[in-house]
Design a binder for this molecule. Structure first.
Ligand SMILES: Nc1ncnc2c1ncn2[C@@H]1O[C@H](COP(=O)(O)OP(=O)(O)OP(=O)(O)O)[C@@H](O)[C@H]1O
Ligand SMILES: [Mg+2]
Length: 279
């Protein structure tokens, strides 16, 4: 049995006419790092909410089908218990900040405090998590004084510190520079190696190609395509459906038309492009 199992999930928000997720079925293995891509409004965030229990438990609306994580059904759980297993970093990191705490350290400790983790253990877990995501020096800052990228790191850290079995990240690097982005992908990869299951919505296809195990291309609430990152990210289907592709893919695709790209597969990353053009 897959660790995450979505079976024919159809979901409509209370105020929308059409369902945003349409008969979606999806299986994810434990320890797998899956990346979700898709145009604006495809339903990526809604899929994150569904995995994290906010759909339907918080947003209400109409849902059919089943959402199962670690053998438990979302429909038979409450949000309180669901979030102990599944951590979500929201698309806008600002929404993650509790507003109840003065420092980044306290902010990250907040979740552990709520579940009654003893003081000493809490301190150690927060320090370890901050060191993992490279924000130790922000400990005494106010969460509101941070840049967008720093807030995103704090949001990620406050989820990781809870050690969820399933980590759901909604565009966690959107406000980060390339160095920050690479670090986040590295941390996420490491968590997956240690057995955490990861679903990450992202646009940065070159990093996805390098780090993710599988890519799911979502369009209009349905899976357009899924598979190995290079296969999906270089597919003509993506270009035809208005997905963003890597500049190396589009360059090589043009070169191929002129007989200048000899390999079967198109590249996604710079390294793959350089390698391919050498031949
Ligand atoms: N809380 C809500 N109530 C009603 N409709 C919503 C709500 N959140 C999203 N929607 C609608 O659901 C559809 C899918 O939105 P969603 O945010 O899941 O897409 P997305 O793929 O994450 O888009 P983006 O790339 O802009 O983040 C959109 O038409 C959006 O307007
Ligand atoms: Mg979104």
């Amino acid at each position: 049995m897959a660790f995450v199992n979505l079976q024919n999930v159809t979901y409509k928000y209370p105020l929308t006419k059409e369902p945003v997720l349409q008969n979606l079925s999806l299986q994810i293995q434990e320890g797998e790092f899956v990346s979700v891509i898709g145009p604006n409004g495809a339903g990526k965030s809604t899929l994150c909410y569904a995995l994290a229990g906010f759909v339907p438990h918080f947003f209400k609306g109409e849902i059919s089908g089943e959402i199962e994580v670690d053998g438990k059904l979302s429909s038979k759980s409450t949000l309180d218990t669901w979030v102990l297993n599944v951590g979500l970093a929201f698309q806008n990191p600002f929404n993650q900040i509790s507003g109840a705490k003065y420092t980044v350290f306290e902010e990250i400790a907040f979740g552990l405090e709520n579940i009654g983790v003893p003081r000493d253990e809490m301190k150690k877990r927060v320090e370890d998590a901050m060191s993992l995501t490279g924000i130790s020096e922000l400990a005494d800052r106010s969460p509101y004084s941070l840049s967008g990228g720093q807030q995103q790191r704090v949001a990620l850290t406050s989820i990781l510190v809870m050690r969820p079995r399933l980590l759901v990240l909604d565009e966690p690097t959107s406000q980060m520079d390339p160095i920050g982005t690479r670090e986040v992908f590295g941390v996420v990869r490491k968590m997956a190696e240690e057995g955490m299951t990861v679903v990450m919505v992202e646009h940065k296809v070159e990093w996805i190609a390098e780090f993710a195990d599988r890519v799911i291309a979502l369009k209009e609430g349905q899976i357009l395509m899924e598979g190995k990152p290079n296969e999906v990210l270089t597919s003509d289907l993506l270009t035809e459906n208005g997905f963003g592709v890597s500049r190396y893919t589009s360059t090589a695709r043009e070169a191929k038309k002129q007989g200048l790209w000899k390999k079967q597969n198109l590249p996604v990353t710079l390294d793959e492009a350089v390698e391919g053009f050498k031949k």
